[in-house]
Design a protein around this ligand. Structure first.
Ligand SMILES: Cc1cc2nc3c(=O)[nH]c(=O)nc-3n(C[C@H](O)[C@H](O)[C@H](O)COP(=O)(O)O)c2cc1C
Length: 211
């Protein structure tokens, strides 16, 4: 039976931080870490998950909800570029550690046990241990809601670094060594029951013809 959910369910606390719809739907989104140089020249690293990848006249990364008070937002505005680093599961927790090391005077990459190397086409660091690095130039931004504290940012990809083993379709981009997804605390709107946040991977199910 399909259930219509129009209003904030009573089982979910008001003012929860995120929209209740986020947890009722719990749609997975890609896990990436965005690196930049701060205005003091030190590497910044920022976990991001509300993002997607689209192509027209090139290829673009759309970050759907960037906190305007973050170092990432400030440094992309200043430098007009960044690197989008895509971790595999073996390096994921180190990427998460960048949140603990989020001081302005920190080299957030080194303090998290990761290696920073200079990108080739943009003025930003890359995380060497990540299986994919996308060098990006800033294209545009828009407030998510008018005068809100979150921005939608569009970055154009100008250079790709990718682990060769990912090209193999059997072992490559999918499965547990491939791209990672954020499954953000799914909730049952009827009971309020809340699940942990999980890291997910993609399993190929069938071709369109096989379904
Ligand atoms: C899994 C995960 C996903 C996240 N996604 C986002 C996001 O999409 N947008 C955002 O503004 N913050 C997001 N954050 C929070 C930032 O990573 C965090 O606030 C970070 O410290 C910001 O770093 P910065 O100030 O160096 O940019 C996420 C955190 C985690 C753990």
């Amino acid at each position: 039976m399909k259930i219509e959910i129009t209003n904030h369910p009573k089982t979910i606390e008001e003012r929860y931080g995120f929209s209740w719809m986020e947890h009722v739907l719990a749609i997975p989104s890609p896990l990436v870490n965005v690196t930049t140089y701060k205005s003091n020249g030190l590497p910044n690293a920022s976990m991001q998950s509300w993002c997607t990848f689209v192509g027209e006249d090139g290829y673009h990364v759309i970050f759907g909800s960037v906190n305007k008070n973050s170092h990432m937002y400030q440094s992309i505005k200043e430098k007009k570029c960044c690197v989008v680093n895509i971790p595999s599961k073996d390096v994921f927790l180190k990427c998460i550690d960048t949140i603990k090391n989020n001081g302005f005077d920190n080299d957030e990459i080194a303090l998290s046990g990761l290696t920073s190397i200079k990108a080739n086409r943009v003025d930003a660091p890359m995380i060497e241990e990540c299986m994919v690095n996308l060098e990006c130039e800033f294209a545009w931004e828009h407030d998510l809601i008018e005068n809100g504290c979150r921005a939608v940012l569009c970055l154009k990809v100008v250079n790709i670094w990718m682990e060769e083993k990912l090209f193999d379709e059997k072992e490559g981009r999918y499965g547990e060594n491939g791209y990672l997804y954020n499954i953000h605390s799914p909730r049952n709107p009827l009971t309020g029951e809340i699940s942990d946040t999980y890291v997910g991977s993609i399993n190929k199910m069938a071709t369109y013809d096989e379904l």
